[in-house]
Ligand binder design. Sequence first.
Ligand SMILES: Cc1ncc(C[n+]2csc(CCOP(=O)(O)OP(=O)(O)O)c2C)c(N)n1
Ligand SMILES: [Mg+2]
Length: 348
Amino acid sequence: MDKDSLILLYRQMLLIRVFEDKSAEMYARAKIGGFLHLYNGQEAIAVGAVAALRPDDDLVTHYRDHGYALARGLSARAVMAELFGRETGTTGGRGGSMHLADVSKHFWGGYAIVGGHLPLAAGLAYAAQHHQTGRVVFCVMGDGSTNIGTFHAALNWTQLWRLPVIFTVENNQYAMGTAIANHSAVTEIYRKACAYDMHAEQVDGNDVLAVREAVCRLATRARNGEGPALLEAITFRHRGHSMADSDVQRPKSQVAEWKERDPIPAFAEVLLARNLVTPNDLEQIARDVEAEVEDAVAFADASPEPARKTLYEGIYAEPVSNMQIDGSLIGPPTLGPVIFKNGVSKHG
Ligand SMILES: Cc1ncc(C[n+]2csc(CCOP(=O)(O)OP(=O)(O)O)c2C)c(N)n1
Ligand SMILES: [Mg+2]
């Protein structure tokens, strides 16, 4: 990678960190509602992985998705506005934190159901193979997801069909407050792939360059028709499971130990040691990132909430005729049976 690309990796990791610290503050001020799962400590995985992919490779994520959205180039403004539930958000303020998406960027987004998105990734990979687009699908999940039935179904199917997908497990060693040794019979997650004869690797998830290299390698394999892979990235989250979690189950000493291995200062050290940046350059990057996040908050706060009349948009292909908002009917103007495309009729 050239100097500018390496510095960009650092900037992206820092942007995610500062953005999320600000989101935590906005959550505490009740500007953000619903759930908020932060990615502090895991930034090297999203940034390293997205840097290894083509812009048209498909990205499917779990609910801890802010880092992937920002790394894929969704604007800080649109992501913050989505967290605020505003019209200018990535999904018009309807999805919130766990459902960021931008199909124009092949970012199929965040899914709230643990493991529920793996079959979707398999479907996208099937489409890529069938239409010979040359695309690879990158699907990320947590360690807890690997105990779910869809994990096994998706690995089996994609290996059987040699589909171009990289399943990446962010092994942050806990599913909510349950330590991996208490939730998984196999604690080295990459070994689960051998049940399906699938290629698997383990990588240091706190090393952005190691993650990028691993994903480059696995993407090349997949593009060459060599099939899917399971990548286990070892990491740790600095905060509790979500903003609603008081994080009492994880030993404080373990959290402190992993904070010492923070991927962002570690990569700053690499850049400094290679004489690619000066301490002044790093300070300038920090100032730029702070300004970008402040601008995103101001933008989100000034954006309107979605109009009530749009409440049902994007939910039904054909709105049901008796839907009402503020006493007035929306959807098809005539009352009477609504015939759905599958031939089922319902009386509105
Ligand atoms: C099918 C399903 N079961 C339970 C939940 C509740 N839940 C949300 S996140 C989570 C833990 C998942 O842990 P892991 O896969 O390790 O991801 P992490 O949060 O650590 O990134 C659980 C149990 C859910 N959303 N979906
Ligand atoms: Mg986990």
